[in-house]
Write a protein that binds this ligand. Structure first.
Ligand SMILES: N[C@@H](CCC(=O)N[C@@H](CS)C(=O)NCC(=O)O)C(=O)O
Length: 202
């Protein structure tokens, strides 16, 4: 088994997930600067030309960070990062989706519509990037209101993949100059808790 990975939030999500589980597998670094993700050999692995990609020993290819994490969860149950019973699994799914759709999507749109790296991938609308940039603090404020109930992690009492996704959103925000506002005490407390985990150094 090996993981094709490199720069960016999605590879980071999978590396954190693996670190939480103590999984170590060979990694192949894909260098965007050398356009390795556009090389025919890589496109044969992932026709979208994106990382991360997990290649199993029998040649099976799994793309999409959450799908990769789900595979790893199935093959190594502990610690359980997708929930442990019907309710917690649903809550983790719910919060991972919310972190992706509400926060990741908004920060991602800023990057997609303003960063030179994506210029060839899509028609950029800088005004849309600016609107989305202004929306980011509101998304974190929404999360702050949610976390006001005092739960330690997004989906409840246990750390999960939803915290990995949202924690990586905070990291991505830092990279693009959209830090989590200081006055959001609940999100700041959660972020401190999550960032203190050694897995976030992955
Ligand atoms: N939905 C995919 C997104 C993967 C993705 O967008 N990866 C980025 C790096 S974080 C990438 O490879 N970008 C290169 C490109 O889009 O050209 C996932 O969750 O893994």
């Amino acid at each position: 088994m090996k993981l094709y990975q490199g720069m960016g939030p999605n590879s980071y999500r999978v590396r954190i997930f693996m670190a939480e589980k103590g999984i170590e597998i060979p990694m192949v670094d894909v260098d965007f600067a050398k356009a390795e993700h556009r090389a025919p050999a890589f496109l044969a692995l992932n026709s979208l030309g994106q990382i991360p990609v997990l290649e199993l020993d029998d040649g099976t290819i799994i793309t999409e960070s959450v799908a990769i994490c789900r595979y790893l969860e199935e093959t190594q149950r502990e610690p359980q990062l997708f929930g442990s019973d019907a309710v917690s699994r649903a809550k983790v799914e719910m919060w991972n989706r919310r972190a992706e759709l509400v926060i990741f999507g908004t920060i991602g749109n800023v990057a997609l519509h303003s960063d030179a790296f994506f210029r060839e991938r899509l028609t950029q609308f800088p005004a849309f990037a600016e609107t989305e940039r202004q929306a980011v603090p509101k998304k974190w404020a929404w999360l702050d209101r949610e976390l006001a109930d005092g739960r330690p992690f997004l989906a409840g009492e246990e750390f999960s993949i939803a915290d990995i996704t949202a924690g990586v959103c905070a990291w991505l925000g830092d990279v693009f100059g959209m830090e989590v506002p200081d006055d959001l005490a609940h999100v700041q407390r959660w972020l401190e808790r999550v960032r203190a985990r050694s897995s976030f150094e992955a």
